[in-house]
Design a protein around this ligand. Structure first.
Ligand SMILES: O=C(O)CCC(=O)C(=O)O
Ligand SMILES: [Fe+2]
Length: 288
């Protein structure tokens, strides 16, 4: 049976075979939907990151009963800014300060790491972190997500679906980058022992742009049909579960996806964000 999506699986030492794979993932016609790059972090680096995470506990934001982000991610900035430019600037400025603290607290230089990792696969695009309005502050280059045992999961969504949810902040982002078709990237720091899989559905943004309601995993197809994503008869899935130290990039803007419940006894921990090409076509912004 043909695989639902084409996700390249490669060890970091062989990454030179895919110098512009991000440009391909971005292009829905290329036939490539994602890449798992194995072993971008060593066990020693993972252990070090896990240790250092304890130093930034005060920057954790609890999103719901099962999900903690650190530091605050884009969605929180969007809701806290209350569509006010002054508040947005304050939040982005605060993020710049938070990130200089991150650089100090983490022995592994997370931002440099992502920048250099991404630049091996982005071809002519140079990775860069987006700035706030009028160049004030920065977006977080990446954030940690902690999904708690027995409670952590993500409902079905795709990146494009978020753009209408927070029109104000995305209007700002849209001045610098092409939002539609944004991509997702993350390194797994600690996979769930059981569950906690990234589940890609066989439905894309071109097929469906609406859910019956925000919390149920049920889509209203463009044809008007209702599609239950949890019903295996109606919906095929591709389930991915990278190991600790693996980087995954995928077309999360256009592919509907979820994270299944963490059924293990420890946290599922990842660090990552989104990727959007600049309007001029020479950069790729990474942010979370
Ligand atoms: O943590 C994950 O597996 C995926 C998170 C997500 O939804 C994304 O990266 O777009
Ligand atoms: Fe996502």
């Amino acid at each position: 049976m043909e695989a639902l999506y084409n996700i390249i699986d490669v060890d970091f030492k062989d990454i030179s075979q895919y110098p512009d794979v991000m440009q391909k993932i971005w292009n829905p016609e290329s036939g490539i939907d994602g890449i798992i790059i194995r072993n971008v972090l060593s066990q020693a680096e993972i252990d070090s990151i896990k240790r250092d995470l304890h130093k930034v506990k005060d920057l954790e934001i609890r999103k719901d009963t099962g999900l903690i982000t650190c530091p605050r991610a884009f969605a929180e900035i969007a809701s806290e800014s209350e569509n006010d430019e002054k508040k947005l600037k304050v939040l982005f400025q605060e993020m710049e300060d938070i990130w200089s603290r991150f650089q100090k607290e983490f022995e592994v230089p997370l931002n440099d790491k992502f920048k250099s990792l991404l630049s091996t696969i982005t071809g002519s695009w140079t990775p860069e972190v987006p700035k706030g309005p009028d160049g004030v502050g920065i977006c977080a280059p990446s954030t940690f997500k902690r999904m708690l045992p027995g409670a952590g999961s993500l409902i079905a969504h795709c990146g494009n679906w978020f753009h209408n949810m927070w029109p104000y902040i995305f209007e700002h982002m849209g001045k610098a980058c092409i939002l539609k078709g944004q991509m997702s990237f993350f390194i797994t720091i600690q996979p769930a022992e059981v569950g906690g899989e990234l589940v890609l559905y066989d439905v894309q943004w071109k097929d469906a742009v609406e859910k019956v309601d925000p919390v149920q995993n049920v889509l209203v197809m463009n044809s008007g049909q209702i599609r239950d994503l949890e019903d295996p008869i109606q919906t095929k899935t591709l389930r991915l579960k990278p190991n600790a130290g693996d980087l995954l990039c995928f077309a999360g803007g256009r592919i509907w996806h979820k994270v299944s419940l963490n059924q293990g006894s420890e946290d599922r921990i990842t660090v990552g964000g989104f990727l959007t090409p600049s309007i001029e076509g020479n950069k790729i912004y990474y942010w979370s």
